[in-house]
Design a protein around this ligand. Structure first.
Ligand code: NAD
Length: 494
């Protein structure tokens, strides 16, 4: 396997509060298992509400001074963070791979994407310059964007450093103090982010990590001193977090799951479409919310599918894709494949039979899997499988293809592969998704364009990055002023 992953046990880990590691008051712990080895690599505390409250109080104190820092000084921390991340990319990538199962190049790619948000945050002195205009005779109005206070982020397993980096740079540079509840499956790289932020000059208490599970998530939703919550994870939990946080008066933005459709028409360029479909469905072992999950083939697209299958046969475990994150996830994915096969899907490539790379035989491996002739009503066509499984649905018309795409509950991404401008325009206008690709299978917008889906892929308003993310973490303040003209004492100086 290229870019070897070494087994290492990091032992018991703590929370990160007020600029240092701090033990939890809870005695419960969560075991972190490496999906490459099926072995424990660390434990984290399963923190309780009292741990969360401690972190919130420290963050509240830090807010008093951090929110009064000059915006340029806050942005300076992001300039520093960017170079620290660049220096330590190998260390960070190894940790991401060890607890998440990504290949090293995949982990490095995710760090680069996260770093883009750090870079974007350095532009906040310009973005937050505010506005001012005379609005009436002698009356002026100025508008500024002010930080909210203590805010929180709850993140999923699949991009352990990148998704926290969608939130932290913008929230913190805007002047907020941040509590992160990382995924309890993949927390290791977030400790490094905390250390890098400190090294970059972030004052103690501005960024804190409280490890744990449901109790901390619920505590974040309920805590009276937390002003806003950003969540990224499955739709079922996103919906719960959104309603619970909103019902306690918080601002909430909760990104959920996905089932992304790729519409393929016969005029599509065969080579790039086959390669694009493969990379977007199997990259990160299909464990990304932007993964292609359904290919809707319109009319005869057999030459493209044949090449896709041919390319997929050469897709190597441990090189082109890493492991599945956990044993339960492994079982869920294989169950979907078993069920689709029983229902009559043609298994063009069967990842259940893939050979693990040497030295990693105990890992949770599933190879590239392609299911053909899938019915639009079957679970493999409707549910988020979140693994390296592409379901192909065949249909005759573009109109039917759009009905299938529009009919799915999610709305993160959709893509069309075609050489026709008219087809591309029709699909991009009618797809019910927030991020659309034209001959691009993973249409992640790059900063400053923002990331976010539609429908049940998102609860709340706006997107999580870009200008929209900055707006989420700030409140608008409008100051309207009029100065009296008749100050007699000063008249003689004019
Ligand atoms: P998850 O929903 O299981 O967990 C996300 C977070 O919620 C974790 O921190 C976890 O501790 C917490 N959590 C889990 N169950 C909870 C409960 N019952 N009550 C309170 N908190 C709970 O998601 P995951 O398995 O870690 O990540 C995969 C999911 O994330 C997929 O659905 C994927 O599509 C989604 N995702 C979406 C985006 C996006 O931008 N839309 C990005 C990345 C991942």
């Amino acid at each position: 396997m290229s870019n070897t992953i070494q087994y290492q046990n990091y032992g018991p880990q703590n929370n990160w509060v007020d600029g240092k590691y701090q033990p939890s008051k809870s005695e419960k712990t969560i075991s972190i298992i490496s999906p490459y080895f099926d072995k424990e690599i660390a434990t984290i505390p399963e923190s309780n509400y009292s741990d969360l409250d401690d972190a919130v109080q420290k963050a509240k104190t830090a807010f008093l001074s951090w929110s009064n820092f000059n915006i340029r000084d806050r942005a300076e921390v992001m300039f520093n963070l960017k170079s620290i991340m660049e220096k330590n990319v190998d260390e960070l990538a190894e940790l991401i791979s060890l607890d998440n199962g990504k290949t090293i190049p995949d982990s490095k790619g995710s760090i680069l994407r996260g770093k883009e948000v750090v870079e974007f945050a350095t532009s906040l002195p310009t973005l937050l310059q505010g506005d001012s205009a005379p609005v009436s005779a002698g009356i002026n109005c100025t508008m500024t964007q002010e930080p909210l206070g203590v805010v929180a982020g709850i993140t999923p397993f699949n991009f352990p450093a990148m998704v926290p980096l969608w939130m932290i740079p913008l929230a913190v540079t805007a002047g907020n103090c941040f509590i992160l509840k990382p995924s309890e499956q993949t927390p290791l790289s977030t400790f490094k982010l905390a250390e890098y932020l400190k090294e970059a000059g972030l004052p103690d208490g501005v960024f804190n990590i409280v490890n744990g599970a449901r109790e901390i998530v619920e505590g974040i939703c309920d805590h009276p001193d937390i002003k806003a919550v950003a969540f990224v994870g499955s739709s079922a939990v996103a919906k719960i977090v959104y309603s619970r946080a909103a019902s306690s008066g918080k601002r909430a933005l909760c990104l959920g799951g996905a089932k992304n459709h790729m519409i393929v028409v016969p005029d599509a360029d065969q080579d790039s479409t086959a390669k694009g479909l493969l990379a977007s469905s199997m990259g990160s072992a299909g464990q990304r919310c932007m993964a292609a999950s359904v290919a809707v083939g319109v009319a005869n697209v057999d030459p493209i599918i044949n090449q896709l299958v041919h390319e997929a046969k050469n897709f190597k475990l441990g090189v082109d894709m890493g492991t599945i994150v956990s044993k339960p996830a492994f079982d869920r994915i294989t169950n979907y494949i078993d069920e689709a096969e029983k229902m009559g899907a043609k298994v063009l490539i069967d990842g259940r039979k893939a050979t693990p790379p040497e030295g990693y035989e105990n890992g949770y491996w599933i190879g590239a899997t392609i299911l053909d002739n899938v019915d639009p009503e079957w679970p493999s066509a409707t549910d988020e499988i979140f693994g390296p499984v592409l379901s192909i649905i065949r249909t005759d018309t573009l109109e039917n293809a759009m009905k299938i795409e529009n009919g799915n509950q999610y709305g993160n991404a959709a893509a069309v592969f075609t050489t026709s401008g008219q087809v591309a325009k029709t699909i991009s206008e009618s797809a019910s998704a927030g991020m659309i690709g034209i001959n691009i299978g993973v249409p992640v917008p790059r900063e400053p364009y923002s990331f976010g889906g539609w429908n049940e892929s998102k609860y709340g308003h706006g997107d999580i990055t870009g200008r929209s993310g900055v707006d989420f973490w700030t409140n608008l303040k409008k100051v309207t002023s009029r100065w009296p003209e008749s100050n007699e004492a000063w008249k003689k100086y004019f």
